[in-house]
Design a protein around this ligand. Structure first.
Ligand code: GLV
Ligand code: MN
Ligand code: MN
Length: 413
């Protein structure tokens, strides 16, 4: 084991910041699924994986896999995502991939009885096709073929995007996890304020909140902003604005519920036109699926009644209904124990953010280790992580490997 974990931790941070230069928008970090900058990012990560003794391949969904062989059967999968939100930070996703890489590097060629497969997932954020977890869904065989026809904002279908990247959509079925993959571990920044407020460095995620994502379209009638009397308007924006207030109110009044309208697009979209149409995104999350479902029903009913009163119509498209997911108790106990063995006190937590781990958990025992997010900041360019916390996470990851080795727990469940 390398003596200088601090230097390794600083390398992890430097690598995340290095990858941040591969962006579609100058002046911000934005790297979406199957974009040219994603290709360059993957090439950089591939180079580091190969230098660490890993055999590298890209699967048909664009996920980057680096395999560090073991002396026996079974495989621990470690990973997170390489895509970002628009104007995002350098660590959401990339940190988990770089920590997995650092764990392998820290082995300095030593072989474990099991292989480690490091995955840089191609798509987690749902930015390009407004549908998240495309990379990890491919691994659990849950990528709906209907999605291949979805188009991005430039009118490019998922099939065309995959083909343009040199991938074969017909081979997506071959991405499915092999039997030898026994378990999955994801490191991630917390993206919230809990660890910071408890003055703790690391947490173990016991469960991940469920999410609904939907698109609500308010349709009225476009008209002249100067000549249409206020009382004779069917203004899609004014109706949607009233509804957005209701979204916030319901979430404030429901303990544990978060609800967000993060994207509004008007049509025709000019300052001197009363908008005829508005498309609003809706993201609703709660640890209890029945509370989440009830909230979504309430919000859709409110959209209908606001629209009816204003002479508008409403269309609803639910693009995702992802249930809350419990992490594997055995894997979580192992992660807690690994962290404690390094002298750090872990916090047991529930994640409000979605992660590739919630998809992998459908197929293999899964856990996540969270690192403190300074000021709870994430999905923001100033998102960061402290070197001491990365050092602690790396030490915990290495202890996790030793514990797995000792317990010979690497059998496929
Ligand atoms: C992923 O970042 C999410 O939106 O939860
Ligand atoms: Mn994110
Ligand atoms: Mn993430």
């Amino acid at each position: 084991m390398p003596s200088d974990l601090r230097a390794q931790a600083e390398k992890v941070i430097a690598r995340c910041r290095y990858l941040a230069q591969f962006t579609e928008e100058p002046g911000q970090i934005k790297r979406t699924f199957l974009s040219p900058t994603m290709r360059i990012c993957m090439q950089a990560v591939q180079g580091w994986m190969e230098a660490a003794g890993m055999a590298v391949r890209t699967d048909a969904a664009g996920n980057l896999h680096g395999r560090y062989a073991g002396t026996g059967g079974g495989c621990l999968m470690v990973g997170s995502h390489l895509d970002t939100v628009p104007d995002g930070g350098a660590f959401d996703g990339m940190l988990g991939v770089m920590l997995g890489l650092a764990m392998v590097e820290a082995l300095e060629g030593e072989k474990l009885p099991f292989a480690i497969e490091l995955v840089g997932f191609s798509e987690e954020e749902g930015v390009r096709f407004r549908f998240p977890f495309i990379g990890s869904r491919a691994l659990v065989g849950r990528l709906d073929p209907g999605l291949l026809a979805h188009r991005d904002r430039d009118g490019i279908s998922l099939t065309e995007a995959l083909t343009g990247f040199g991938l074969d959509p017909l081979q997506i079925k071959d991405c499915a996890l092999r039997e030898e993959v026994a378990c999955f571990l994801e490191f991630h920044i917390e993206q919230g304020i809990l660890l910071e407020s408890e003055d703790l460095s690391l947490g173990v995620v016991q469960a991940i909140a469920g999410q609904t994502r939907a698109e609500i379209t308010f349709t009225g009638r476009a008209s002249h902003a100067g000549t249409t009397p206020m009382r004779l308007r069917n203004d899609a924006v004014a109706g949607a604005a009233e509804w957005v207030g209701e979204v916030e109110r319901l979430a404030l009044d429901t303990p544990g519920l978060v609800a967000t309208v993060g994207d509004l697009r008007t049509h025709p979209g000019a300052g001197n036109i009363v908008a005829g149409q508005l498309r609003a995104s809706l993201d609703v999350r709660h640890a209890d699926d029945s509370i989440r479902h009830r909230a979504v029903d309430t919000l859709l009913a409110q959209a209908d009644s606001i629209a009816a009163r204003r002479g508008l119509t409403v269309g609803t498209k639910i693009s995702m209904d992802q249930p809350a997911v419990t992490m594997d108790p055995g894997m979580c106990a192992l992660a807690m124990e690994a962290i404690r063995s390094t002298g750090v006190t872990p916090l047991s937590m529930v994640s409000g953010a979605g992660h590739d781990a919630m998809i992998l958990a459908e197929r293999v025992p899964t856990t996540m280790i969270f690192l403190r997010s300074p000021e709870g900041l994430s999905h923001h360019p100033e998102e960061s992580v402290r070197p001491q916390d990365v050092e602690n996470a790396l030490a915990a990851g290495l202890a996790f490997l030793r514990h797995m080795n000792k317990e010979q727990s690497i059998q496929h469940a």
